[in-house]
Write a protein that binds this ligand. Structure first.
Ligand SMILES: Nc1ncnc2c1ncn2[C@@H]1O[C@H](COP(=O)(O)OP(=O)(O)OP(=O)(O)O)[C@@H](O)[C@H]1O
Length: 562
């Protein structure tokens, strides 16, 4: 129970704001089953009473057909209306809760980027935010609400039957308890392991499929697509085996409920027949009780499946909490505790390593870039240049030392203040599956057309953009696939230009460009970056002579190039 609470408890907090819709949905569900019981028992009583009354001309004339037939119509109508209302309110509540949960989960994902999130595969994260959150609908829609409905209905029906005969009422309650508590517990136990497996297996399958689609060109070129397909098939087979087992459990528990409802009817019929024989109950009342019992079992019918899938829901909850409970590497203060005075950048004895065991990537790095100075940073591949850039935008924090911007420790700056000061063009700048214009507007959503065009012109991309079929509104495809590598790079540079921040970090901005475009872009970059503080990581000699300083990162330390 304690484990259940720790696995699912954190999610219930998000249920509270929706309690009105949830209560309304549950109330409607209760009215539906009560009306079902009323409809069937009253109809049974009405038909039998009419038949009995018809046996004798005197009673036939005195029999009131009017009120019972109104009652039947009323129950039929209210059942239909309440069922409709129940679907609307309970689903509305569920979707609102899922929306809340998704936003909450996304809020926890953001600070984990890129550090701790790198441990997870993107398909897996997608699965958590979509399928695992969807699986939580089981909690209210299939467990909590039907559970409350079944409990209330059992109580109401017990009190009602007691009016006719306590023994019939007690027997029915015992059968309802067996069907509403016993069978769900059995189903819950039987489905717990498989349910957990089911959640894990569908996550693995989805992840593999997403990875297969992302890596399709590689798989095809290296002829590994058949092997990949075979792995997908195997995972699919395992998933089907689990689903089959869950279907068996579902079938068996539905059969058990049907059996119990039949046994309950027979028992009530048995007891009732005895009462009719003794004259304490009349025939139509017996029909009322027996058919009422049949209808009452509708309330417990959904419970075994809900409990059977609780294992899957718990696994989904565990997978979500695994991310939610991961501590972010970097925490920004809500408000800046200091204001940068200028745009000079200082690395003060900064050390950093990705793992505590290995040698540090940066070892007590000292670097001061005065405001407005442009610095090139060279170094062998793997030397730690991108790491240094990532520290400046706080993708990670140093293990030791301090990074200052305008004299202020960047850890004192709020996220928006830091982002407003430092812009980075990373090596793998992501292009969104949107128009070229939208890809630029993520840098400055209110940028006027003139600024967008000027940024594109500076990045040597305006001619190309204007030549596209729909100009700047042309869709650039998934991850910018409809752009060449060099065009995507220039678009990333155009973004930085549009952002207009005082400090620029450019991680190999001219990588993938031909020499002429590279030289033109460098010239333009040096022009538009005039007056800004620039840290440019590069492997290429182009434009180095026009930088204020050229530094080399080697063995975790920085030295001036001679
Ligand atoms: N997220 C990470 N987790 C663990 N190690 C990492 C991570 N990112 C980089 N490294 C390691 O840190 C070291 C420095 O990497 P970094 O990307 O900073 O080098 P770089 O100088 O920018 O290389 P390149 O010129 O090839 O881009 C490398 O040994 C790399 O394997």
């Amino acid at each position: 129970m304690g484990k259940l609470r720790s696995e699912l408890g954190p999610f219930f907090r998000h249920f509270v704001p929706q309690w009105r819709w949830m209560a309304l949905g549950t109330l409607m569900g209760l009215i539906t089953v009560v009306a079902g019981v009323g409809l069937l028992s009253l109809s049974g009583w009405f038909i039998s009473a009419t038949a009995v009354a018809g046996l004798n001309a005197a009673t036939a004339n005195a029999f009131n057909f009017f009120y019972p037939s109104i009652g039947v119509r009323l129950f039929a109508f209210s059942r239909t209306a309440a069922r409709y209302g129940e679907r609307i309110f309970s689903h509305d509540a569920t979707f609102r809760i899922l929306k809340e949960l998704r936003v909450w989960f996304y809020g926890h994902l953001e600070p984990l980027t890129p550090g701790p999130l790198a441990r997870f595969r993107s398909g897996d994260i997608l699965n958590r935010i979509v399928a695992d959150i969807d699986a939580l609908d089981n909690l209210y829609l299939r467990t909590l609400s039907p559970g409350i409905i079944a409990l209330c209905l059992s109580g109401i029906f017990f009190m009602f039957l007691r009016l006719f005969d306590p023994m019939m009422a007690g027997t029915t309650l015992a059968f309802l308890a067996a069907a509403g508590v016993g069978v769900p517990m059995l189903a819950g136990n039987a489905g717990a392991k498989t349910g957990r497996r089911l959640a894990a297996q569908s996550a693995t399958l989805r992840t593999r499929i997403v990875e297969g689609i992302q890596g399709m060109p590689e798989l095809l070129v290296f002829g590994a697509h058949r092997r990949h397909l075979e792995a997908v098939k195997q995972e699919h087979r395992a998933l089907i085996r689990s689903q089959l087992r869950m279907s068996h459990i579902r079938g068996i528990s539905a059969g058990m409920i049907t059996l119990l409802s039949g046994a309950a009817m027979l028992s009530v019929l048995w007891i009732g027949a005895d009462r009719v024989g003794r004259g304490t109950l009349d025939g139509p009342e017996l029909a009322l009780a027996v058919l009422g019992v049949l209808a009452a079992f509708e309330a417990v019918m959904p419970l075994p499946t809900a409990f059977q899938y609780l294992g899957r829901t718990r696994e989904a909850g565990r997978r979500l909490l695994e991310i939610v409970n991961t501590a972010p590497e970097v925490i920004f203060p809500g408000h800046s505790a200091a204001r940068p005075d200028g745009a000079d950048v200082t690395f003060d004895a900064v050390s950093f390593g990705y793992t505590p065991q290995g040698p540090p990537v940066l070892d007590r790095v000292r670097l001061h870039i005065p405001a407005g100075q442009r610095v090139a940073l060279l170094g062998e591949t793997g030397a730690g240049k991108s790491t240094l850039a990532n520290l400046l935008v706080r993708f990670h924090d140093p293990d030791a030392g301090e990074i200052r911007l305008g004299g202020a420790d960047i850890r004192c700056l709020s996220e928006s203040d830091l982002r407003g000061q430092v812009v980075m063009v990373s090596q793998q700048a992501h292009m969104f599956n949107a128009s070229l214009r939208d890809n630029l507007l993520i840098a400055r959503s209110d940028a006027p057309e003139a600024d967008i065009r000027s940024a594109l012109a500076s990045a040597r991309l305006l001619g190309f953009a204007e030549g596209l079929p729909e100009g700047l509104d042309t869709w650039i495809g998934e991850a910018g696939k409809r752009l060449s590598g060099g065009q995507a790079r220039r678009l990333a540079v155009a973004r930085a230009i549009l952002r207009d921040a005082p400090v620029w970090v450019l991680d190999e901005p001219t990588e993938g460009l031909d020499t002429i475009t590279e030289q033109a872009l460098m010239t333009e970059l040096l022009e538009v970056s005039a007056g800004r503080t620039v840290l440019m990581i590069t492997h290429r000699p182009v434009g180095l002579h026009r930088m204020d300083r050229v530094l080399v990162l080697e063995g975790g330390k920085i030295r001036e190039r001679r």
